[in-house]
Design a protein around this ligand. Structure first.
Ligand SMILES: [Fe+2]
Length: 372
C-alpha cells in the first residue's frame, strides 16, 4: 500500500483531517522530549481539541531505544486505551513507535521480540523531524534487547501516512543538518548499486539523488522549500533502501561512529566516498548475479542522476560535495584501530554490495577513509 503524504499547512488542518478521517480518537503520540520546542509540538493540544481526539504523549525512551522503553510504550498504549499512533521525531522515536505498533496486539506480557509478528491495522502516522534516516519509509526498526542490537523487520510497521513539516528543521544544528542529508544521500547511492536493486528502486534512488543535489543549497541555507524537499528526498531514499537494503558503505560505517564519535551520516559518507571509486576500479570483482554489464549500467544510471558525464566523475562529484561540507576524516587513530574496524564490518549488508570486498580490500578502504 502506498504511503499517504499529508499536505503541510501552518495550522495542521490536513493532519487533523487525516487523523479524524482515520478514526484516530485516542492517539499515542510517540515523540522526543524536544517536541515541545517544535511548532507541531506547540500545536498538539489545540489540534486534539479541534478534532475531538485525545492525545497521550509518550517520551520515555532514549537514543538507541531499548526493549524496556518499547514495553513501557505498549503498557501506556493499552492502559490509556489508545487506538492509533502518531510518531514525531527522528530515528529513535520512529524505531520505538514501529515496535509499539508491531507488538501492541500481541498477547499481554509475552516476550514480544520472540513472538511471531501478526500484521495489524492500527493507524500509524509519522512526522519525521530530520531529513536523513528515511525510517518512516522502511520496514526496519532497531531496538536494543539485553544490550544487543536487534533488527525488527515487518512491512506492517511502515507508517500508513507521513507529514513533511519543513518547520521541524528550522532549529536543526548545522552539523546535524549536514550529516542527516549525507545519510539520505548514501541511502540513495547505495540503493542504486545494490545487488537487490529493481526497476522500482532505481527510479526511487534516481529521484532522491536528483532532489538532494537540486535542493542541497536551499536546505543548507535553511530555506523552507529546501527543508521541505529534503524531507521528501530522505523519504524517497528510505523507500529505495526498503527494497534494496544498504550495502558496503553502511556495513563499514558503524564502527567509525562508535570509535570516533562522528555521526552515522558522516561515517557513511566517508565510506561511500572511498567505496565508489574503488568499485569502479574493481568491476572484475562483480558479484551481482546479473553480471558486470548490469553493474556498469547501474553506475552509468547513477552518473546520470548525479548529472555527471561519466561514472568516475560522478564518484568525484560525491567526494567534492562531501569536502565542501567540511565533514572531515576523524583525526586521531592508531594502528590497532584498523584491526578493530576490519572485524566490525556487518557481513549481512556486505552481501548486498555488487563488488566483492575481501579483508584486504576492506583494509585498503579503511586506510583511504582515514587518510593513511
Ligand atoms: Fe543510514
Amino acid at each position: 500500500m502506498d504511503q499517504i503524504v499529508i499536505p503541510s499547512d501552518a495550522e495542521y488542518r490536513a493532519l487533523g483531517e487525516h487523523l479524524a478521517h482515520s478514526n484516530m480518537r485516542r492517539v499515542l503520540v510517540v515523540c522526543g522530549k524536544s517536541c515541545d520546542r517544535l511548532r507541531i509540538g506547540k500545536n498538539l493540544d489545540e489540534l486534539a481539541a479541534r478534532i475531538g481526539s485525545e492525545f497521550v504523549r509518550f517520551s520515555d525512551f532514549a537514543p538507541n531505544p531499548d526493549y524496556s522503553s518499547v514495553v513501557k510504550g505498549i503498557d501506556v498504549f493499552r492502559t490509556e486505551g489508545c487506538d492509533s499512533i502518531l510518531a514525531i521525531g527522528g530515528g529513535s522515536a520512529m524505531d520505538t513507535a514501529k515496535c509499539i505498533k508491531l507488538y501492541a496486539t500481541m498477547p499481554v506480557g509475552c516476550d514480544y521480540i520472540h513472538e511471531k509478528i501478526v500484521p495489524n491495522t492500527i493507524p500509524f502516522v509519522a512526522v519525521p523531524t530530520t531529513a536523513g534516516t528515511g525510517s518512516e519509509a522502511t520496514r526496519y526498526a532497531v531496538v536494543y534487547y539485553k544490550g544487543e542490537k536487534q533488527s525488527v523487520t515487518d512491512y506492517s510497521c511502515i507508517p500508513s501516512a507521513v507529514l513533511f513539516d519543513p518547520t521541524v528543521l528550522e532549529s536543526l544544528p548545522e552539523y546535524q543538518r549536514k550529516v542527516t542529508m549525507m545519510d539520505a544521500f548514501c541511502h540513495a547511492v547505495e540503493s542504486f548499486w545494490s545487488v537487490n536493486s529493481t526497476d522500482e528502486s532505481r527510479i526511487l534512488s534516481d529521484r532522491a539523488v536528483r532532489m538532494i543535489l537540486d535542493y542541497a543549497e536551499a536546505y543548507l541555507g535553511n530555506a523552507t522549500e529546501g527543508n521541505q524537499k529534503m524531507l521528501e528526498a530522505a523519504n524517497i531514499a528510505g523507500k529505495a533502501i526498503n527494497i534494496t537494503q544498504t550495502t558496503a558503505g553502511h556495513a563499514m560505517c558503524y564502527k567509525l561512529t562508535s570509535l570516533y564519535g562522528i555521526a552515522h551520516g558522516h561515517a557513511a559518507a566517508l565510506c561511500v566516498s572511498a567505496l565508489w571509486p574503488y568499485m569502479l576500479n574493481h568491476m572484475d570483482q562483480c558479484v551481482d548475479p546479473r553480471g558486470k554489464g548490469h553493474l556498469a549500467s547501474a553506475f552509468s544510471g547513477l552518473a546520470a542522476a548525479m548529472q555527471a558525464e561519466t561514472p568516475e566523475s560522478a564518484a568525484s562529484k560525491f567526494s567534492d560535495f562531501l569536502d565542501a561540507l567540511r565533514l572531515d576524516r576523524p583525526g586521531v587513530h592508531s594502528v590497532e584501530d584498523f584491526a578493530v574496524l576490519r572485524k566490525s564490518v556487518n557481513p549481512v549488508r556486505l552481501k548486498n554490495n555488487p563488488v566483492k570486498l575481501d579483508e584486504s580490500a576492506i583494509d585498503t578502504l579503511y586506510h583511504q577513509i582515514l587518510g593513511e
